[in-house]
Design a protein around this ligand. Sequence first.
Ligand code: IVH
Length: 669
Amino acid sequence: MTRADAAKRIAALREQIHHHDSLYYVEARPEIADAEYDRLTRELRELEARFPDLITGDSPTQRVSGVPTDVFKPVEHQIAMLSLDNATTADDLREFEARISRALAGTRFTYVCEPKIDGLGVALLYRRGRLARGATRGDGRVGEDITPNLKTIRSIPMVLSGPLAAVDELEVRGEVFMPRAAFAKLNRTLEEAGETTFANPRNAAAGAVRQKDPAVTGRRPLDIFIYHLSRADALAFATHWETLEALRAAGFKTNPKVERCETLDAVIAYCERLEHLRDDLGYDTDGVVVKVDALEHQRRLGSTTHHPRWAIAFKFAARQATTVIEAIEVGVGKTGILTPVAKLQPVELAGVVIRNVSLHNEDEIRRKDIRVGDTVLIERAGDVIPYVVQVVTAKRPAGAEVFRFPTRCPACGGVAFRPEGEAYWRCMNSGCPAQLKERLRHFGSRRAMDIEHLGEKVIEQLVDRGLVKDFSDLYTLTVDRLADLERLGDKSAENLVRAIDGSRTRGLARLLNALGIRLVGERVAQLLAARFGSLERLAQAPEAELAEVHGVGEAIARSVRAFFDDPTNSALIKRLKEVGVVTAEPEAAAGPKPLAGKTFVLTGTLRTLTRDAARERIERLGGRVAGAVSKKTDYVVVGEAGGKKADHARRLGVTMLDESEFLALVKQE
Ligand code: IVH
């Protein structure tokens, strides 16, 4: 191949690769298979290796190139990279609008709203459509030249398309960020290698962008959204919106969630919507940037030395905060598990004051090296319970000691033990009052024996005063015996006694759940109750028979057997019967089982009964309810909006029942 032929082929390959890069990284709609893409790149690399003088900086093979540097060259920004003014309430936004109205003397204006990406601002310079330089924001006037690092970001085009490609010198601004999934993966890798993890995607992105070796940056998956074109008005664009369209056409990745808003009410609605969407975006946002759309209006409004007057950042509630650990307390759960909890200097996070945060277990404390007195970064994202992200070691007070996990139960002083291979320490004292309190709390809870008025304060006193030593003692309580409990008037005592009395007939399923047998929760309790009908029969069932029950595996069977084999528990059951707790299912359960062997699947919403109630009827008559439709399914009960499962049943030819047919079946049976 001649040099001229090679040059031609190289140019064609580069164009194709740039095109496919844009489809893949910017638009997320690839048109060719990875193998095909790899083939193009390989061919280009081979040609460039044969004709090294044809290599140019904008070749897709040069994304990761350049030698590691010790210092980044300073870059003076021709146009300062300003900050943004902040708003935290709708009223702040209204004031923003009022200021603009005054300055524009009544001229009508509209807005563009965009997610505020929580990353790092950068400026990219293109000369005649080719990436010439990329810089950090720095202090806004002078940043650092990090071109080789930015070139590794595949959604940054090396060459532009369309009209913008012809512009002599063009500068765009955007936010570099690390997608959440990539961040989680990076932290996992770092953790496995025993290296320090990053507190959040922003820090990870900042670390990656400032790597001395671009090859390292290249291994950290970064992405970018472009949100600004400097000197756009000089290019004859009339609005920010138009500018964004032109940027997209040139090959830049712009945010798909950007919207035009005609009124401030629409802006406020956008902010609310985006805050709800926040967890589903795949990247971190810390607010919404609201911009006046018309560039002419922007020019008239101008900037302060700190921020443009035509834009404002509406900030979402922060999700991370730092605070100080005042103490680490260890609590005891109903099965004796010891859980360490950090007592915090109260701090507000995403609208809630946080005082405690669970530290989970000994290993977690050791891994993060959490000590009393430490300043810690805590996070509360969406519905997630707050947790310690990391210790701010720079703020550790001198003399802060490594936390030693107690080897005795902090509640009863009994021996605590951590079995080999397990994460938790347990209090080994079965009479431990803290465990008893937790068990009583569970016993009386809504989905167990449902005893109203049996609150935490009452349980606390009942145990501490020795009035209750096990569940059966609850049923011997009288208004008289409750008389000297603090803050429990006659009326409340009566209510409590009545509530306890009423719980005697909750049925076997609830009683089984209430007993707190390891691995037996609400669902398993229902299965066992339906199968055995009484506590006596269940207590005598051999392990193998237990394991045969559908939905009850070997581990559960073993745990149930162990529970009834323990003499303390058989004594408890005897006492429960003596005090009148009903330990058998109501008669109907022992009745005929016409649906024995039949499998049902429930889908959609039923109008007259809940799913639990439907399931209960089926099981009472000996049937079983499965989660998914298969050839073995006998009936599919289709409620309203019972989509996929109903379709599947139809395909398999399974009998389908609507609500009235189902009701007729269970009634008739
Ligand atoms: S516009 C003159 N738009 O937030 C243009 N900034 O707190 C001003 N940021 O320095 C910036 N997402 O790094 C703009 N959609 C967005 C943004 C955004 C994130 C960053 C940017 C800026 C900082 C100000």
